[in-house]
Design a protein around this ligand. Structure first.
Ligand code: FAD
Ligand code: SIN
Length: 524
């Protein structure tokens, strides 16, 4: 018989969104934060460039709003964006008061430029370790809160759905299932970059939250919009380590394999054109020059400046035998961020009672079809806080006592051989990269669908107590939903680019939602 535990609030994920929510919820009731790896293992921990916030003397909230809307290419939810940019400064000042040390120039905060920002508004810490600093401060703050308990290496497997409500989650710890019942549950599981063979995302980003929410009938929205970062390290046997956009903000240049600067041929903003434009330009240049990469060149910048401004990037590249101060670095695009996710309102509420979502797993509409660089750490802070407020209000109004069924999972358990699991995973990741990547078309998407459907059918009914098998099931689910949404959107908007529908054709403003139906789903 599995163990049962009870809490007021269950938070799944310990990145910026989950931790920020925990700080608010810890004032109101018992909170359990579960995370499937080390507490710090998250995209947040690896975030480099910084956090965008209109706090400099030269900036205005209205300009941050306009830049975000423009990057979103017509599909942002204006109300959500207004909240992001206007509540952002308060969330950042609070973080500074809790001990966050952002870089300064003299006594003033230092702001840098990134693509598609019309002002210098990106705060950074220790040069290029902004996420680590934010994670450090939030973890410290959470550990001062008596009512917040943390459980690492504890994976949410499925949400518990009873009598029309989400009442907790089944957790996996050391191969044992724990039934965790909560009055409200907040998904803060981050993104899904691992479904692509080339990604900047850490191993934990397998789309678990999106797949779990989908399985209990939550709406997933804008799933076709995946952002590809233009500049990830490209070399054989080396991970797609991110080379921050802030490097281009500080003057780094893109060159093709013949050493030619090429961005001027693609966009007037050159290296600082919107991220999707730069990624597509790089791909075009790679095809034109018959190469698998282009170069990011910083060698004209001062050596000491580079070492001090980008210490983590400098030392990591050096570990792989690339000295950024001495020679151009081979780079190519990699899957980086998903704009879509579990649809929420501005208070993190989903269409499932008792279920809230915040951060990259959620789709509040702040990013539209393409995220403005460095807006997601801010999103985690602003919407993590708001989702917590939403959950508190929900629990205070809750009049029903939960009645819980026992879960007998023994008869449903399935297992997968490690070899088979690895093979399926590689097939999914390669297919997503080759056919549902930076540039798509009906033919490639149909081919992807034909490869992913058998994987989905094979995995969908299984209940696994092996984290890798659970992740694979979730990855295949999310991959399938992205592919179908991309097929359904017959136009090119933001990060979704189809060679067979290159323009914004009539109807492009419509958002696509996916919802589970019987053993399949429908897109509405
Ligand atoms: P995450 O920080 O990814 O946290 C998700 C958490 O959920 C993790 O703790 C994970 O272990 C846990 N989890 C997942 N599934 C389960 C499960 N089934 N059970 C239990 N726990 C689970 N954005 C910016 O704004 N500025 C930047 O400079 C920037 N740089 C980036 C650099 C890199 C290399 C990457 C990958 C992303 C970057 N981003 C940046 C994007 C940004 O970091 C993320 O979008 C953001 O941190 C997401 O925060 P989150 O809290 O939603 O998710
Ligand atoms: C980067 O540093 O280039 C990443 C910024 C982001 O993804 O917002």
């Amino acid at each position: 018989m599995s163990e049962r535990i009870y809490t007021d609030y269950l938070i799944i994920g310990s990145g910026v969104a989950g931790l920020r929510a925990a700080i608010e919820l810890g004032k109101k009731g018992r909170v359990l934060v579960v995370t499937k790896d080390l507490p710090t293992e998250s995209s947040t921990e690896y975030a480099q460039g910084g956090v965008a916030v209109a706090l400099s003397d030269e900036d205005e909230i209205g300009v941050h709003f306009e830049d975000t809307i423009k990057a979103g290419d017509g599909l942002c939810n204006e109300k959500s964006v207004k909240i992001l940019v206007s509540e952002g400064p308060e969330r950042i000042i609070e973080l500074i008061n809790w001990g966050a040390e952002f870089d300064k120039e003299g006594s003033k905060l230092a702001f840098t430029l990134e693509a598609a920002h019309s002002r210098k508004r990106v705060l950074h810490a220790h040069g290029d370790s902004t996420g680590r600093e934010i994670e450090r401060v939030l973890i410290n703050k959470v550990s001062t809160l008596e009512k917040v308990k943390k459980a690492s290496f504890t994976m949410a497997v499925d949400l518990i759905f009873e009598e029309g409500r989400c009442v907790g989650a089944l957790l996996l710890k050391d191969k044992d299932i724990i039934e965790c019942f909560s009055k409200a549950t907040i998904l803060a599981t981050g993104g899904a970059g691992q479904i692509y063979s080339r990604t900047t995302n850490p191993k934990v980003c397998t789309g678990d939250g999106m797949a779990m929410a989908f399985r209990i009938g939550a709406y997933l929205k804008d799933m076709e919009f995946v952002q590809f970062h233009p500049t990830a390290l490209f070399a054989s046997g080396v991970p797609a380590f991110l080379l921050s956009e802030a490097m281009r903000g500080e003057g780094a240049l893109l060159r093709n394999i013949y050493g030619e600067e090429f961005m001027k041929n693609y966009h007037p903003l050159k290296e600082l054109a919107p991220r999707d434009v730069v990624s597509r330009s790089i791909i075009s240049e790679m095809v034109r020059t018959n190469s698998s990469y282009v170069y990011l060149d910083m060698t004209h910048l001062d050596e000491n400046f580079l070492r001090n401004r980008f210490p983590t990037i400098y030392s990591t590249c050096l570990k792989f035998n690339f000295d950024i101060t001495k020679r151009p670095i081979p780079v190519s695009p990699a899957a980086h961020f998903i704009m879509g996710g579990v649809e929420t309102d501005i208070d993190g509420k989903t269409n499932i009672e008792g279920l809230f979502a915040a951060g990259e797993v959620a789709c509040t509409g702040v990013h539209g079809a393409n995220r403005l660089a460095s807006n997601s750490l801010l999103e985690g802070l602003v919407y993590g806080y708001r989702a917590a407020k939403g959950a508190i209000e929900y629990v205070e109004d809750l009049r029903i006592n939960n009645t819980f069924h026992r879960y007998n999972l023994e008869n449903h358990k399935k297992s997968l051989e490690l070899y088979e699991l690895g093979k399926m995973k590689e097939e999914l990741r390669q297919t997503m990269w080759e056919k549902v990547g930076v540039i798509r078309c009906g033919k490639s998407l149909n081919e992807a669908k034909d490869k992913i459907i058998p994987l989905y059918e094979r995995l969908v009914d299984g209940f696994y107590n092996d984290p890798l098998a659970i992740e694979l099931k979730n990855m295949v689910t999310v991959g399938l939903l992205i592919t179908y949404s991309a097929l359904e959107r017959k136009n090119s908007v933001g990060a979704h680019y189809r060679t067979d529908f290159k323009e914004k054709l009539p109807g492009w403003e419509k958002h696509l939602r996916v919802i589970k139906k019987d053993n399949w789903f429908e897109i509405i």
